[in-house]
Design a protein around this ligand. Structure first.
Ligand SMILES: [Zn+2]
Length: 178
């Protein structure tokens, strides 16, 4: 299967002379569906997955306690101001490696990665208040997480983020269906 995918990618690359991707029809439909959903719906879906898959281990992590000792530090108010941004912050804390691979298309050019819109530091955990009032950062975090959960690769995610948020890009990444 991996070999088949690589062959497709190689043919696709040679034919188009630019990077392109292969995904199955179900993944492709999921990418499209998520792209069109409002952020509140994305947050509900992401929150469910976070609870089931990523939040069982370490309650202290979500509450900012560095060593897990009681009492837990309260989360800053800006993190919990509404369920949608709270979910986007939880993604940053639980899956920082996903957000650190992507760029943010908000107005903060001094944040080289999407992760920095949410966290000033992940060890110790220091939240950045910027993303709390930035719908672009929040939507990107939710999409990156949900696309990744659907098995979309980091390179494909980069391509779709550029398509959605970079005004100079008006084509989605070349994707061949297998
Ligand atoms: Zn941002």
């Amino acid at each position: 299967m991996a070999l088949f995918r690589n062959v497709i990618l190689a043919i696709c690359f040679l034919a188009m002379n630019e990077p392109c991707f292969a995904m199955d029809t179900g993944q492709y439909q999921e990418v499209q569906k998520l792209m069109q959903a409002p952020s509140g719906i994305l947050a509900k879906k992401a929150s469910e997955i976070l609870r089931q898959k990523y939040e069982i281990a370490d309650f202290a992590l979500h509450n900012g306690a560095d060593d897990g000792a009681l009492p837990f530090k309260a989360l800053p108010d800006f993190v919990t101001s509404n369920p949608t941004s709270y979910t986007a912050y939880r993604i940053a804390v639980l899956r920082p490696e996903l957000l650190s691979r992507q760029q943010c298309y908000c107005d903060r050019k001094d944040h080289p990665t999407l992760l920095q819109c949410f966290l000033i530091s992940d060890k110790p955990l220091i939240y950045n208040d910027h993303a709390a009032t930035a719908p672009v950062c929040i939507r990107e975090s939710l999409l990156v997480f949900l696309w990744s959960e659907s098995g979309i690769s980091p390179g494909e995610i980069t391509g779709y983020l550029r398509f959605l948020f970079d005004p100079e890009i008006n084509q989605p990444p070349q994707t061949s269906l297998n």
